[in-house]
Structures are given as C-alpha cells and as structure tokens.
Design a protein around this ligand. Structure first.
Ligand code: WT7
Length: 639
C-alpha cells in the first residue's frame, strides 16, 4: 500500500520519484494493490504520441462498478454511498447506502438490457442532479454501455448535436427539473432535440417534478415501473481495460464539440488514486463536490473516484443562492461536510453577499477546501480561506481538464504547501513541461510557457469519438511527442505551477469551457448578421465574460439595436445554452483582419479588456481603419 496513501511530504516525494524512475512498476503496484481485477494486464502501458495511441493495463479484465460498489458491500454495505440533498431544503435528504446503491444499479442495468441496450451501445443521459443520474452512469458501466452525459442546462440543439455525433440509441431524462425557484421542462427539450435525431429508439423518463408531459407512443417509457419489475441481481459485464467507459463532450476552439473518449481501467485507477490523496479522504468523512455530473468534475469526483474509495459523496440538486445565499453553508453544517470542492465563480458570487450567510452556520467539520475550473484569483482565495476555512483548512487548487480525466496538478492538503493562485505541484506520474514559442522545452524556472505533458497518465482521453485525426491535431501536433493542454503556465523557483489561462480560442466563463467558433456560428445564423467575433474580458463573478463584435449585413437603415441584442442572445441560448450568452455586444462596421482574411481576435481582446493603448503595430492589417472605429464605438455604446 506504500504509494497509495500519500500521507506525508516524504511519501509524496518518494512516490513522485518512483513514478518518474520506474513508471511501470509504480502504476503496477497502485493498480494491483487497490483494485479488483478479473484478469491482470499483460502490458502495463503502450504509447506513441505521434500516432497517437495510448493503452494502459492492456489485456486486463474488470468492471468498474465491481470496484465502485460490489467490493464494498461486505465491509461498507450500510455506509452511505450517495447522500442526496434536494433543491428544496424542506424535502428530506436521502442516504443511499452501498447496499441500496447496488440494488438500484442492478435494477437499472436490467432495465437497460430489457430495452435492448448492449455492450458498446451509446446511451445519452440528460438528467438533473437526482440519484437516477449517478445510478444511470453506473448501470451503463455495469453492462458495458458507453454513457454520454449531456449537462441538463444545454439546449435542444446542443443535445441533438451530441446525440447524433455518437449515434446514441437511448436517452435517459426526466419529466423536468428543479433549479432554485424555477422548474425546467427537460422532457420538452428532449422532444424538440429528438426531432432531428434518427438514432434514438427509446427514451426512459424519470419522474421528478410530476408535471403532465407528452409521452411518445412506442419511444418514451416511464422509468419507475420498469425498475420496479427488474431483478436486483445483475452480473457485471467483464470489460477490457481499454473498452470505452464514456464519452463526454467539451468545446473546441473550432467547430463541433469534441466527444472525448475515456476508457475503463486507466480512468478508474487514476481518478480513485487522485481522489484519495488530493482530498486526503478518511473512512468516515463526508465529501461534497458541488459540480454537476454533466461535467467531467462530476464524473470523476462525485461518482467514480469517491465510490471507488468507498466514500460518502454528496449530490446536491439545487443552486448556491436558493432559498438564500447561505445554502452551501447550511448543507455543510447539516451533513458535517469534511471536504468541500467548488468553483471560483461560485466563491466569487458568494463572497459578494453578506458574511452573515456564512457566519450563521457551524463550518467546523471542514478539513479541506478545493477549487476547480479556472484560476482562482487572490481575493477569492483569501475569502475562501478566511471566511469558509477559518484559516484552518488547506485549499487545493486543482488543475485539470475534461481531456485529462483526473487532476494533474494540485497540492495535497496538509502534505504539500498551498500557495494562493498556484495549482502548485504535479501529482505522481505527471511530467509537465513548459514550451516556448518555437517549440523548445524551457528548462529554467521563474518563466512562463505553454503547458504540455511529456508522459502518458492512465486517465488521459484516448481519442475524440469518430475523429481521431482531430484528436491528433488538437493535442499532439503543436509539439512533437507531447500532449498540449491549450493552457499557459508560470513555474516558480520551487517548481510550482500557476495556470495563467487558455492560449487558444477557448474562453472559460464561470468555469465552463466555451469555444468561440460555435458561438460565432450561432450568431451568424441571425439573418441580419454578416460576421461576428467573440472574445473574453475579465468579469468579477464569472472570471471571464463574453464580448461579441457583430457586423450587420445592412447598417444603413433604422435598426432596433437593443432588440437585436436580445435576439442574438436568444439564438445563442437556443443553439448552445444560456451559459454562452454574451455580456456585451458591440455592432461594428468591420472586424480587423489579417491580409489572409483571418479575424485578429488578439486586437479585439485588447479592446474588450480596456487595453486599447497596447494594441501594438496594426499597420499590417487589411483594414486598420476599423480598429479606431471599434475603439470609439466602445464609448458610444457603453459610456
Ligand atoms: C480548462 C479545462 C477540470 C474540470 C473543470 C474544467 C481551466 C481548470 C483550473 C485551475 C486554472 C483551470 C484550464 C483548463 N482550469 N482548472 N485549477 N486553475 N485553470 O474542465 O471544461 O475541460 O476546462 O479549465 O484552462 O484547460 P474543462
């Protein structure tokens, strides 16, 4: 067990060194000693970033649900696995034990089978944060179906694009969802989305808000009656280590969202190992990650990582501001939460509210605080540290991505130092590299560079569903033999990493990864729009917000600009979802372009960030005159 529990700085350092010197032996021991295998691997790791091809634990056979559920039943059967906290604080919380979870997952697995779902089939899950969501992931995994969770805040168009891309046979949804005071008609969105999908044969519908919804004859089925009839026994499908476990879509800087494919064994080993250590989880702790399971954070650190360690993991259905801005802290007190993991955008939003919302509650159970999704600024860090942690809880700033499957850079609480605005040190097995503009690795410290990873780790995505070429192009072509993250980073004199933000056309808004191209595509569909460009600008709650420059086809006539702004945001909401709405829209007569016709977003970004004095040389542009106009337009429109 030596390297699995990193309970001191020496242990971390030794593990890190072992993982560098003998990576195969290192991972072999972790995998062998801490998981249940039906058959051991023949080959620990096989990789070639130039193809790219990455295989871990090849030849091994296992089922991840056996590791997340069955193996705990003997010793932890009556322990709470999932603690469900509903949107409405007056509705009782549900303590779902490991025994109960086993039963529910088996029943759900049998329902999937009875509806014709087999190993390798894709199942789209479009559910709110209710227990059925976690159960449906695990049920897919148990029978070897590949789940594709789509965040239930995405629009009908975004949903149908994702369903079609991976050819899903089934959709699992609910009649609706609760979100603070609102209810959302999820089933209506599914119906609309499915109008443009031919691949879906069955829609399973969970009941949550008890509204009268439309059920399409032959396609739509209520989930509960099927579960009630299903057997509580279901043998797990024995999977190969490299069989796909799930697809999860993430935005790219261009075009379609990318369906990142994660496989079984490596993902399991790495998420479990990082969960255990980055949260220093101890047997009776109550752990809470506030993310939605629709994002990778929820997959890895609400469901798979915690359950593989036999942990108690909270699933919260609601929002931080309902019924008031004390909700998070009320839940921490109520369930005596020990580890609390959230996003900087939530911290900043809550820090704006009165401290009374915090001080009303007893937060003394907290041991570790976590942050994820974007760089956490110093002010937010300090508030989190003082008001929530009472200067007594280490804050782990965890850096990772949908593509990485698990956390790659983070402090270990109480073990390695936490530094505000730094993710700090790489986890064992992770070999970061900073690259310069001409593609050379930067070896000295106290420098900025582009962040790459030099050696594979078990939970890295293996491909983009249906588009391996794009996988290669996006992650392995910028630098030979390295995985390129798309982020910039600074490394200090002690080897600590600070993530400085994206270096491509992806913008992180409230912790959500948004590509500019799909948003621009949505705007350009408006009949009045000729062209558009999106950039990010700093925002005190969201981290970044979106600034859209829009050129109209015809600007001569009397135009109702306010209405046009509403319509543009409406188009974006329909095509992508409300998270991609623009905060500012400026109408322009033209956009700055290079001589080859490429929009110079760098210039637009500077203008949006009030840095028009730092534009540099613009004389080589095709149309330098439009820059001045745009700068002046900022004042006309927003003064
Ligand atoms: C991008 C990945 C990993 C789950 C949530 C987001 C940014 C993420 C941090 C952090 C600075 C961060 C990066 C990364 N990011 N965590 N702790 N410090 N930046 O997953 O949607 O795939 O986005 O989020 O820019 O590349 P994602």
């Amino acid at each position: 067990m030596s390297n699995y529990n990193l309970t001191s700085k020496e242990k971390y350092q030794n593990a890190y060194q072992d993982s560098m010197e003998h990576p195969e032996k290192f991972w072999e021991e972790i995998a062998e000693e801490n998981f249940v295998w039906q058959k051991k691997w023949e080959n620990l790791v096989d990789w070639d970033f130039s193809i790219p091809e990455i295989k871990w634990f090849e030849g091994a056979k296992l089922n991840i649900t056996e590791n997340c559920i069955d193996r705990h039943l003997e010793t932890r059967g009556e322990k709470t696995a999932i603690l469900f906290e509903p949107n409405n604080p007056d509705e009782p919380a549900q303590h779902i034990t490991y025994n109960e979870l086993a039963k529910r997952v088996n029943q759900f697995s049998n329902v999937l089978k009875s509806q014709g779902i087999k190993k390798g089939d894709r199942v789209c899950i479009y559910l709110p944060m209710i227990p059925e969501l976690a159960v449906s992931l695990l049920a897919c995994a148990r029978i070897g179906a590949i789940h594709s969770v789509v965040f239930a805040g995405f629009s009908a168009t975004a949903l149908s694009t994702r369903i079609n891309d991976s050819d899903c046979k089934m959709v699992i949804t609910s009649d609706g969802s609760y979100r603070g005071e609102k209810t959302i008609d999820l089933k209506g969105i599914v119906d609309e989305g499915l109008e443009s999908c031919d691949c879906v044969e069955t829609v399973l519908v969970a009941k949550r808000i008890n509204t009268n919804i439309n059920m399409k004859e032959g396609r739509d089925k209520w989930l509960q009656p099927l579960l009630d009839e299903a057997s509580v026994e279901c043998e797990p499908e024995i999977m190969d280590a490299e069989d796909p476990l799930f697809i999860l879509y993430t935005s790219g800087s261009t075009g379609m969202p990318k369906g990142m494919v994660h496989t079984t064994a490596g993902y399991m080993v790495y998420t479990a190992y990082t969960f255990k250590n980055i949260f220093q989880y101890e047997e009776n702790d109550v752990y809470w990650c506030t993310a939605d399971i629709g994002w990778i954070t929820g997959h890895s650190y609400i469901v798979y990582g915690p359950l593989a360690n036999g942990a108690t993991t909270i699933m919260f259905e609601g929002v931080p501001s309902y019924p008031d801005c004390g909700r998070f802290w009320e839940i921490v007190e109520k369930h005596k939460v020990n580890q609390f993991y959230t996003a900087p955008t939530a911290i900043r939003a809550l820090a704006k509210e009165s401290d009374d919302y915090v001080n009303k509650y007893d937060l003394s159970s907290l041991k570790t605080l976590g942050s994820v999704g974007e760089p956490i600024n110093e002010e937010a860090w300090n508030w989190y540290n003082e008001k929530i942690g009472k200067e007594n809880c280490p804050i782990v700033d965890t850096w990772w991505q949908t593509e990485t499957g698990g956390i790659l850079i983070s402090a270990l609480p109480g073990i390695t130092p936490c530094l505000p605005t730094f993710a700090t040190l790489p986890f064992p097995g992770i070999q970061p590299a900073l690259m310069d503009e001409i593609g050379e690795e930067i070896n000295q410290n106290n420098t900025n560079g582009r962040l790459c990873i030099k050696f594979p780790w078990p939970s890295m995505a293996r491909t983009i569903w249906g588009n391996h070429e794009r996988y290669k192009e996006t992650y392995f072509s910028a630098y030979a033999n390295k995985y390129f993250t798309g982020d910039g980073a600074f490394r200090d004199g002690n080897g600590n990493y600070r993530i400085t933000g994206r270096v491509d056309d992806v913008i992180i808004v409230s912790g959500h990864n948004l590509g500019t191209a799909p948003i621009e595509d949505a705007i350009n569909e408006h009949p009045a729009v000729a062209e558009s460009a999106i950039v990010g600008f700093p925002h005190d709650v969201k981290g970044n917000a979106l600034y859209g420059y829009v050129t109209l086809k015809d600007s001569g006539k009397e135009i109702d600009y306010d209405n046009l702004r509403k319509e543009i945001n409406q188009m974006i909401t329909e095509r992508i979802g409300p998270i991609a709405k623009l905060n500012k829209i400026q109408f322009t007569n033209g956009l700055p372009k290079t001589r080859s016709g490429k929009i110079m977003r760098r210039i637009l970004r500077k203008i949006a960030c009030n840095e028009s004095d730092k534009l540099g040389d613009i004389s080589t542009l095709l149309n330098p005159e439009c820059v001045e106009e745009i700068i002046e337009g900022v004042f006309v429109t927003y003064a």
